[in-house]
Design a binder for this molecule. Structure first.
Ligand SMILES: Nc1ncnc2c1ncn2[C@@H]1O[C@H](COP(=O)(O)OS(=O)(=O)O)[C@@H](OP(=O)(O)O)[C@H]1O
Ligand SMILES: Nc1ncnc2c1ncn2[C@@H]1O[C@H](COP(=O)(O)OP(=O)(O)O)[C@@H](O)[C@H]1O
Length: 202
């Protein structure tokens, strides 16, 4: 079966209200802040802290979080490489819609495979995709173990666990690297906000 079996019968509708119109209304540009890193590295913590700062500045932003999205939209997916790819593909498409809506979307997914992250990157314009590598050594992630998952993974209760029994491919040229095992949450948030200001997104 072809990947898009109904493509011939589907037609694209351009929106009358454009992304530029929405950006003008919001007073800022839109983008994807794509947080990637090991479980426990701090993706959710940082994405939510940045989101809070943006909210306080009265900017339009939204967090898409791995755990939450897997409860609904991607509830049918597991953690095989194929399922992770589909997970990231869907999140990429959802992010694109948010960007079109003029929103700064912050995604917090392990997204361990370079090729999958590249698929998400290519869905939006070059300057709209900001890969944020939340770098944290495995030992520190295991010490944090906020959900007790590393313990379970070490006990063999969770197969294909990233960092333990499944790979994490480090980003080669991310727009931002946050060393969360060396940098405080506040300083990291500042680093990301400063980046958005420097790029004149906000
Ligand atoms: N096998 C395995 N490997 C990695 N992570 C696992 C696994 N099983 C469950 N979890 C929990 O699910 C969260 C990762 O989901 P993601 O959607 O971010 O994963 S992925 O991007 O598709 O790889 C991840 O959330 P975070 O801890 O927030 O990263 C884990 O809590
Ligand atoms: N500098 C830091 N940056 C981010 N998180 C940190 C930092 N120091 C400690 N933490 C803690 O590490 C844990 C990271 O968990 P979480 O944000 O859920 O990670 P992830 O979403 O990557 O799985 C949280 O309990 C957070 O408070």
């Amino acid at each position: 079966m072809s990947q898009k079996p109904f493509a011939d019968n589907i037609h694209w509708h351009d929106s009358v209200v454009t992304k530029q119109d929405r950006s003008q209304l919001n007073g800022h540009k839109s983008c994807v802040l794509w947080f990637t890193g090991l479980s426990g590295s701090g993706k959710s913590t940082l994405a939510n802290a940045v989101n809070q700062r943006l909210f306080e500045k009265k900017l339009s932003s939204y967090v898409l979080d791995g755990d939450n999205v897997r409860h609904g939209l991607n509830g049918d997916l597991g953690f095989s490489p194929e399922d992770r790819q589909e997970n990231i593909r869907r999140i990429g498409e959802v992010s694109k819609l948010f960007v079109d809506n003029g929103t700064i979307v912050l995604t917090a997914f392990v997204s361990p495979y370079r090729d999958d992250r590249m698929i998400a990157r290519k869905l939006v314009a070059k300057e709209e995709f900001i890969e944020v590598y939340v770098k944290c050594n495995l030992e520190e992630c295991e010490n944090r173990d906020p959900k007790g998952l590393y313990k379970k993974a070490r006990n063999g209760e969770i197969p294909e666990f990233t960092g333990i029994s499944a790979p994490y491919e480090e980003p080669e040229s991310p727009e931002l690297v946050i060393s969360s095992d060396e940098t405080s949450i506040d300083t990291s948030v500042e680093q990301i906000i400063t980046f958005l200001e420097k790029k004149q997104i906000i």
